[in-house]
Design a binder for this molecule. Structure first.
Ligand code: BES
Ligand code: ZN
Ligand code: ZN
Length: 504
C-alpha cells in the first residue's frame, strides 16, 4: 500500500550517552540545570546554565532555543511551562514542538533527557514527537541522490523504568500508525482516492493481520441489498460507491463497539453544486471513513484483543446525467424513505444505510459515527472541537472525557425533539435531508441520522441502540492550532476511540 514512511523510531536507553542533538525539556523558572541531569558535556552544560541564569530562555510552554558552537555538541531546549501545570498534554505538545522546530542543523538523531517526568509524561512527549513527524510527499518527485532523512530519537531514562517505558512507547507508536494512516487516506488526492480504491487499500491492509477481515459490498451488491442512500449519492460518478466492513477479532461472541464512517471521496455537492472556491478541500470528505480505518489499524497493530466492527460508506458525489436530483425520493436500507431536497446533504444519505446495517446485522454495544457532515458545525465550533451528539448522556460524557484524556476535544451538542420533527415532516416521504431553514444545521443533521439508528429488542422493550455522532467537519483538516500536525488531514479521534474502546 502506498502509505507514507514509517512512524519515527523512538528508543529507550538506560545509559547517559547523548547521540546527536540533546533535547532538554525544562520547566519555567529553572535557573540552572538540576544536578540529576547527567551525561551532558561540561561546555554544553555551561552554555545551558548561562542562558538559564541570564533569563534568555524562560521555558514558557512550547518555546524552543537551539544552542550550538561548543565542542559539547548541540542542544534544543524546549519549554514545558510551569511545573505544577506540566501534565501529559503539555509534554505531548512539547514533543510535537521539538519536531516542528527541527532543522537540518539538528541532524537526524535526537537524545531526550528528562528530569521530573513520570512514565505517562515521557510517553506523551514521545507520542507528540511521533505524531508531528509526518509529511505527505508521495506525489513529489525525488532527486535520485536525495537521501531519505528519517529522524530518530532516544530517550534516556532510569534503568528501572526502561522496560515499562519501552512497552508504553511501542504501544503509542502503534496508535500513531493509525493516526498516520488516517492522514494518508485523507491527504490522498481524489483522483487516486475513490470508493473502490479505499476498499482495495483496506483489503491489502487486512492481509497483515490474522485477526482482521475486510468485506466489500460493491455497487451491484449495494443495489441488490437496497442501500438506496449509498446508491443515490454514488450513482452519478463513474467511480461507483461501495461499503467496506472491517472486523477485528470476529470470532469472539458478544456485544462489541461499532464504528461507522462517512466516506465521500469527493463532494462536489452533486446537482446542488458547491461554489468553486476551496472545493479541492472536499477531498477530505472521506475523513470519517479515514478515522474509522485508522482506528482499526491502531487497535490491530497494538494487539487489542476485543471484537470491533467498522463500516465505511464510500461514494463520490458528482453532478451527472445519471446523478440524483433535488426532489427525488429514495428508499434506504431501513425501508424508510428520504425526500432529497439538496444533493449536497449527501453524507447523511450514505450514513443512513451504514447506521442501519450496523444496528441490524451486528450486535453492537454502541455505535459511533464519524462524518465531515456540516459546514454549520464549523460555524458553531470552529476548528477547535468536534461536535458530539448522543442519544445517551452518559455515553456522550464518556466520549467527551476520552477526547479530553488524549487532547482531542469533542464538544457536547443537543439532540432535541424539535430538530427531529423538522427532519421528519416531509409532505411526501418519511424524512427530508434538509432542515426547514438554515439555522441549527449541525443539529438537524444529527437529528436526521438518529432516524436511522435501529432499536434493540421489540415491542414495549424496544430501546434505541446507544449511539453517538461526531461531526469532524472542522477538526479533520484546517485545524491550525492542532500542534500535532503541520498541514492537511489531522487524523483526529483515532486516539479518542482507542481510549474509549480499550480504556487505556
Ligand atoms: N461535506 C459537506 C460539509 C462540509 C462543508 C464539511 C464545509 C467541511 C466544510 C457536506 O456534505 C455538505 O455539503 N453539507 C451541507 C449541508 C446543507 C446542504 C444542509 C452544508 O453544510 O452546507
Ligand atoms: Zn455535501
Ligand atoms: Zn459532504
Amino acid at each position: 500500500m502506498a502509505l507514507i514512511g514509517e512512524t519515527m523510531q523512538v528508543t529507550i536507553s538506560s545509559g547517559n550517552n547523548i547521540n546527536g542533538t540533546l533535547v532538554l525539556p525544562l520547566f519555567e523558572g529553572e535557573e540552572t540545570l538540576p544536578e540529576i541531569v547527567e551525561g551532558i558535556p561540561q561546555t554544553l552544560k555551561s552554555q545551558i546554565n548561562r542562558v538559564l541564569a541570564d533569563g534568555d530562555f524562560k521555558a514558557k510552554a512550547n518555546a524552543t532555543m537551539t544552542l550550538m558552537g561548543t565542542e559539547g555538541g548541540k542542544a534544543m531546549l524546549v519549554g514545558l511551562g510551569k511545573e505544577a501545570k506540566a501534565d501529559v498534554h503539555a509534554y505531548r505538545e512539547a514533543g510535537a514542538t521539538v519536531i516542528a522546530s527541527c532543522k537540518k542543523v539538528h541532524g537526524n538523531e535526537l537524545t531526550v533527557v528528562f528530569h521530573g517526568a513520570d512514565m505517562d509524561c515521557m510517553t506523551s512527549f514521545a507520542e507528540g514527537m511521533m505524531l508531528r513527524d509526518y509529511s505527505y510527499d508521495l506525489y513529489k518527485k525525488k532527486d535520485k541522490d536525495e537521501e531519505e532523512t528519517n529522524l530518530s530519537a532516544r530517550i534516556n531514562c532510569d534503568e528501572g523504568d526502561a522496560t515499562a517505558l519501552s512497552a508504553a512507547i511501542d504501544r503509542a507508536a502503534s496508535i500513531v500508525s493509525g493516526v498516520h494512516l488516517s492522514r494518508d487516506l485523507g491527504n490522498c488526492p481524489p483522483n487516486d482516492m475513490y470508493p473502490m480504491a479505499f476498499a482495495e487499500k483496506a483489503e491489502l491492509w487486512a492481509k497483515q493481520y490474522d485477526n482482521v477481515k475486510v468485506e466489500i459490498i460493491d455497487y451491484e451488491a449495494a443495489k441488490r441489498h437496497g442501500m438506496g442512500g449509498l446508491v443515490a449519492v454514488g450513482m452519478g460518478s463513474s467511480r461507483k460507491p461501495c461499503m467496506v466492513i472491517f472486523t477485528l477479532n470476529g470470532d469472539l461472541k458478544g456485544q462489541h463497539p461499532m464504528l461507522v464512517g462517512k466516506g465521500i471521496t469527493f463532494d462536489t455537492g452533486g446537482i446542488s453544486l458547491k461554489p468553486g472556491a476551496n472545493m479541492d478541500e472536499m477531498k477530505y470528505d472521506m475523513g470519517g471513513s479515514a478515522t474509522v480505518f485508522g482506528t482499526m489499524e491502531a487497535l490491530a497493530s497494538s494487539g487489542y484483543p476485543g471484537k470491533v466492527v467498522a463500516i465505511t460508506c464510500m461514494a463520490e458525489n458528482m453532478p451527472a446525467a445519471n446523478a440524483q436530483r433535488p426532489g427525488d425520493v429514495i428508499t434506504t436500507l431501513s425501508g424508510k424513505t428520504i425526500e432529497v431536497l439538496n444533493t449536497d446533504a449527501e453524507g447523511r444519505l450514505v450514513l443512513s444505510d451504514g447506521l442501519w446495517k450496523a444496528g441490524t446485522d451486528y450486535d453492537p454495544e454502541y455505535i459511533v459515527d464519524f462524518a465531515t457532515l456540516t459546514g454549520a458545525c464549523v460555524v458553531a465550533l470552529g476548528h477547535e472541537a468536534t461536535g458530539l451528539w448522543s442519544n445517551d448522556d452518559d455515553f456522550r460524557t464518556r466520549i467527551h472525557e476520552a477526547g479530553n484524556d488524549v487532547g482531542e476535544l469533542a464538544w457536547p451538542m443537543p439532540l432535541l425533539p424539535a430538530f427531529e420533527k423538522e427532519m421528519t415532516d416531509s409532505k411526501i416521504a418519511d424524512t427530508r435531508n434538509l432542515g426547514a431553514g438554515r439555522w441549527g444545521g449541525a443539529n438537524t443533521a444529527a437529528a436526521f441520522l438518529k432516524q436511522f439508528v435501529p432499536n434493540r429488542g421489540e415491542g414495549e422493550d424496544a430501546e434505541q441502540i446507544t449511539w453517538a455522532h461526531m461531526d469532524i467537519a472542522g477538526t479533520y483538516w484546517g485545524a491550525k492550532t492542532n500542534k500535532m500536525v503541520g498541514y492537511g488531514a489531522t487524523g483526529i479521534h483515532v486516539r479518542t476511540m482507542v481510549r474509549l474502546i480499550t480504556g487505556e
